[in-house]
Write a protein that binds this ligand. Structure first.
Ligand SMILES: *[C@@H]1O[C@H](CO)[C@@H](O)[C@H](O)[C@H]1NC(C)=O
Ligand SMILES: *[C@@H]1O[C@H](CO)[C@@H](O)[C@H](O)[C@H]1NC(C)=O
Ligand SMILES: *[C@@H]1O[C@H](CO)[C@@H](O)[C@H](O)[C@H]1NC(C)=O
Length: 201
């Protein structure tokens, strides 16, 4: 009898842990992906898996888990790391009246000639666009171009670039937790896209 009890209790506990773990499952998968080596040839399937040639965990302890917008989403680049200064784990706290810096290291799989930014908050299943000015987004947000005052966008394939954008968090935003869908596109095709669990405070 008591043995059965123990087994049932064990099962309940197991299910509870599974439920708890559901949200972090993506995170765990990403942590495993992070160890995947970069492939020289064309990236088959391009799953936005982060790839690193060195032991990245030592090099960038602040790198957040990468949560792709969709499973098996085809994108024009791979994300290598996402860093938000001041945030080591989700949800990141975004303070109203401040700007939050978003830094992405990415490696294009094709030559890139333009970038458009699209950010939405996912609130109770519906998507609300953030109003943004993304004029010349590529030249102003790719650090390698901005530091040279580049006048046009030209990114080579299989070369890692650093992207940085300061997202203004308006005072008018209500304080609440939400998922941010952060996407950079080239002419409608996704260059990279990730979800960012945040809390507006
Ligand atoms: C990448 O290319 C180099 C030289 O062509 C080769 O030695 C190395 O094994 C390749 N690495 C992978 C992951 O394919
Ligand atoms: C990781 O990087 C550190 C510093 O660059 C180096 O000393 C160490 O040997 C590396 N470890 C592995 C397993 O590559
Ligand atoms: C870019 O522009 C800034 C401000 O106009 C200037 O200080 C800087 O020297 C320029 N950098 C390069 C690499 O031309």
């Amino acid at each position: 009898m008591s043995n059965k009890f123990v087994i049932i209790l064990g099962l309940i506990f197991f299910v509870a842990v599974l439920g708890e773990g559901a949200r972090s499952r993506v995170a765990i998968r990403n942590r495993q992906d992070k160890r995947a080596p970069c492939s020289n040839s064309t990236h088959p399937g391009n799953k936005m898996a982060p790839c690193s040639q060195s032991n990245e965990t030592d090099a960038s302890p602040e790198s957040l888990n990468i949560i792709p917008c969709m499973k098996r989403m085809r994108t024009l680049s791979n994300i290598d790391s996402i860093v938000i200064p001041g945030c080591s784990k989700y949800p990141c706290l975004f303070k109203r009246g401040d700007s939050s810096k978003i830094q992405v290291a990415f490696t294009p799989l094709y030559r890139i000639r333009a970038m458009q930014l699209s950010i939405a908050g996912i609130i109770q299943g519906s998507s609300v666009d953030f109003p943004l000015d993304d004029q010349n987004h590529c030249q102003t947000s790719v650090v390698e171009l901005a530091s040279q005052n580049a006048t046009r966008c030209a990114l080579n394939r299989n070369t890692q670039y650093n992207y940085e954008f300061s997202l203004p968090i308006l005072k008018s935003y209500p304080p609440m937790p939400l998922n941010v869908r952060y996407e950079v596109k080239q002419f409608g095709r996704s260059l990279f896209c990730f979800l960012l669990p945040i809390r507006i405070v």
